[in-house]
Design a binder for this molecule. Structure first.
Ligand code: HEC
Length: 265
């Protein structure tokens, strides 16, 4: 039956043609990456042919300031006027400001300066370079802007805290330092007449502490405490990895003690 065999030959051909056509469509589609790979975008610092200059962006108009970066109040952002620290707060000090300052001071400064600011914080007790005693006469006389500057840029062995502490909070800490200094040198005359004042001895007695409590304590000597030097691997091997920055000076009391006794980590 010729009709039948012609018919099946035709169907067979049609099937092959369809398969080939499907393949012909699929192959280029799968090889083509027209999705997210080719976006009409500019990559910073990369050449572009969009502008004649070859830049991908226009140069900034002179004097342009990004939103939120105006920093017009120079004193607020630096603590300096004509490069000199000033003894003034850039905003009024309220109890809320002082509480915030106390909270931030306790978080960021006490590890080195201690809660009362005498520079005997826990890290210093463990061998870090002695931190400034915020109650000593020279530092006491420094203007507020100096404290702000020290927090913002660091001072000697002290690292800066500009990245960790927002401008507003740095000033709150500055205000709290003054409160701390006052509190540590206060006399009875500084307290308003109508206020009832108790001595530390009276308070500690009420709280059930030993009578010797207000007399100050002698801290036990440090033993077996690793110093900063002990914590730097290979620091003691000659010619290797010797600290050269501020930490070079940090082989303090604890380090000397443990080395003198020959104790190991
Ligand atoms: C990692 C330890 C460390 C921390 C944390 C630290 N300091 Fe200091 N600070 C020091 C050291 C060390 C010095 C003494 C630097 C020197 O004299 O070389 C110092 C000195 C100072 C001084 C005295 C500067 C002067 O005029 O002599 C002030 C003020 C001060 N720090 C404030 C702060 C405040 C506020 C904070 C918290 C935001 C803080 N420090 C956190 C280590 C620290």
């Amino acid at each position: 039956m010729p009709t039948h065999s012609t018919n099946s030959l035709f169907r067979c051909l049609l099937r092959w043609t369809l398969a080939a056509a499907t393949l012909a469509v699929l192959i280029p589609v799968s090889g083509c990456r027209q999705d997210m790979q080719n976006q009409p975008k500019m990559i910073p610092q990369r050449e572009s042919r969009f502008f004649a200059s070859g830049r991908s962006v226009r140069p900034q108009v002179l004097g342009t300031v990004a939103r939120g970066q105006l920093d017009a109040d120079r004193y607020y952002y630096t603590g300096l006027i004509d490069n000199k620290a000033q003894d003034a707060m850039p905003f009024p000090v309220t109890m809320t400001v002082l509480r915030r300052g106390q909270e931030r001071f306790d978080i960021y400064c006490t590890p080195c300066h201690s809660r009362v600011g005498n520079g005997r914080g826990m890290i210093v007790e463990r061998g870090y370079k002695p931190a400034g005693n915020l109650l000593e006469p020279r530092i006491l006389q420094e203007p507020l802007g100096h404290y702000f500057d020290v927090i913002s840029h660091g001072y000697g062995a002290m690292p800066d805290y500009a990245a960790q502490i927002a401008t507003q909070d740095r000033w709150a800490i500055v205000a709290y330092i003054r409160a701390l200094q006052l509190s540590q040198n206060a006399t009875l005359q500084d307290v308003p007449a109508a206020m009832n004042i108790q001595t530390l001895a009276e308070v500690s007695q009420q709280m059930g502490y030993a009578p010797s409590f207000p007399q100050g304590w002698t801290l036990p000597a440090l033993t077996n405490v690793p110093s900063a030097g002990d914590m730097i691997p290979d620091a003691k091997l000659p010619g290797t990895n010797q600290p050269t920055g501020p930490e070079a000076a940090n082989h303090g009391v604890a380090g000397k003690q443990s080395r003198a006794k020959g104790t190991k980590k």
